[in-house]
Ligand binder design. Structure first.
Ligand code: 3HC
Length: 395
């Protein structure tokens, strides 16, 4: 197993990845371009470990030893040299990641595995700039990495079985569960669904069909997701979701980024980290916006979720993931109370297709129902009501 691990990029994801890795006994070199960024990252790690200690989940001794295992550095060479695993978590730019991987490849031991935490960019194109594409893969954590139970693993065209096995073992040692995305498709599993969902909510607000508070109230109190979709966007970062959405849009139009996101991104209203996003923040490390429960009935959940069900059907039809893993991915990666395929079965596949067709007539071909959904309707696999949908149901 690995003894030394490097995490490159100490932002929202990078600091959390370094924390969970150190918590599980590994020595971590956390690297970024400035001391200020590293100090900010350390402050967040200390806050998070203290929270766990306050709740009795971590002893003072373990808190100290975890912190001692995290070494910060602005020298890429120092972080990478002697590391057996290097996890990159820099901003979502293919150019930036390719440049970095080319450098890391030259500095790292020949046997080191290089992982990227990208949420949407092509693993094979990142791996192609290295001399070891068999040792490159996607290791996608979810925010906050220390709490969210899932890691999504994505192989590139050339990732070897041996590399995959080592990383599956490693992820287990972090106490996380894994879903393997079988194909290097834009957005992989979780972000393809999440982006379809969040962008649809943003389109609805842009079109005047619902307000931000109405969407968030319905999603939180009726669909019972842990956060409203705009609340979650602020939490993850509007800049991050914008870039991930654009990356999917540019590659295969699996999502179309809404003008609302474009506006917030261009104005630098990134969410919690910039003090303003869809909600306002005062700078605390854990702030939740107030979402009034009484607005929950003002919007139909199927209007918000239909595009995400369509994205899920696309993933199944293209053999990117099995249905059980797809539902596991949203339950563990996004803390959904149930799988999205189960939700669709409950709502009725014919109802979802009808919602998509209505949107298609008004807004165009992005809403074409996936052929998998059309086939299900043609074969009377409508979900719970006909006892057959994505799953089988007994009387
Ligand atoms: N470390 C330690 N403690 C933390 C923490 C952290 N990083 N973050 C939050 N906490 C603490 C809070 O301080 C709070 O403690 P308190 O009770 O003492 O105030 C507690 O955890 C959270 O309690 P709450 O009741 O306020 O919050 P929730 O029950 O809603 O749980 C959550 C918080 C687990 C974050 C939940 O809201 C959630 O699951 N949200 C959705 C997260 C999600 O979907 N993540 C994935 C996004 S997509 C992604 O990351 C991919 C990327 O590529 C885009």
């Amino acid at each position: 197993m690995f003894k030394k691990i490097a995490v490159i990029g100490a932002g929202i994801m990078g600091h959390g990845i370094a924390e969970i890795v150190a918590l599980n006994g590994y020595v971590v070199f956390l690297c970024d371009v400035s001391e200020e960024i590293l100090q900010e990252a350390t402050k967040k790690i200390v806050w998070s470990l203290r929270k766990m200690a306050e709740k009795g989940k971590l002893s003072e001794e373990d808190l100290t030893s975890t912190l001692n295992r995290i070494k910060t550095t602005t020298s890429l060479a120092e972080a990478v040299k002697d590391s057996e695993l290097i996890i990159e978590a820099v901003p979502e730019s293919l150019e930036l990641k390719r440049e970095l991987f080319s450098k890391i490849d030259r500095m790292a031991r020949p046997e080191a595995i290089l992982g990227t935490n990208t949420s949407s960019l092509p693993i094979s194109e990142i791996a192609a700039v290295t001399s070891r594409p068999d040792k490159v893969l996607g290791i996608h954590f979810f925010n906050p990495p220390v709490i969210m139970p899932l890691v999504e693993i994505v192989c590139g065209d050339k990732t070897s079985r041996q590399t995959l096995d080592s990383i599956l073992n490693f992820v287990k040692t972090l106490g996380k569960q894994v879903v393997v995305c079988k194909k290097d498709v834009p957005g992989f599993i979780v972000n393809r669904i999440l982006e379809a969902l969040i962008q649809e909510a943003a389109w609805m607000v842009h079109r005047g069909e619902a307000s931000i508070l109405e969407v968030d109230s319905a999603v939180k109190y009726r669909a019972k997701l842990p956060m409203g979709l705009f609340e979650l966007s602020d939490y993850v970062g509007i800049d991050i979701l914008y870039s991930a959405g654009k990356a999917i849009q540019d590659r295969d139009k699996g999502v179309i980024v809404s003008p609302l996101f474009e506006e917030y991104y261009k104005n630098g209203w990134y969410g919690r980290k910039s003090g303003k996003g869809f909600y306002a923040y005062s700078g605390g490390l854990w702030e939740r916006p107030k979402i009034p429960p009484e607005l929950a009935d003002n919007v139909d959940l199927k209007e918000i979720f239909a595009s995400a069900v369509n994205a899920a059907a696309w993933l199944l039809r293209n053999d990117v993931v099995e249905k059980e893993d797809l539902d596991k991915a949203v339950i563990l990666g996004l803390n959904f109370p149930e799988g999205i395929l189960r939700m669709a079965d409950r709502w009725g596949i014919d109802v979802i297709v009808q919602v998509l067709r209505t949107k298609q007539l008004k807004y165009g071909e992005y809403y074409n129902p996936d052929p998998l959904l059309e086939n299900m309707v043609a074969n009377n696999k409508l979900g719970v009501k006909t006892h057959r949908g994505f799953y089988e149901y007994t009387q």
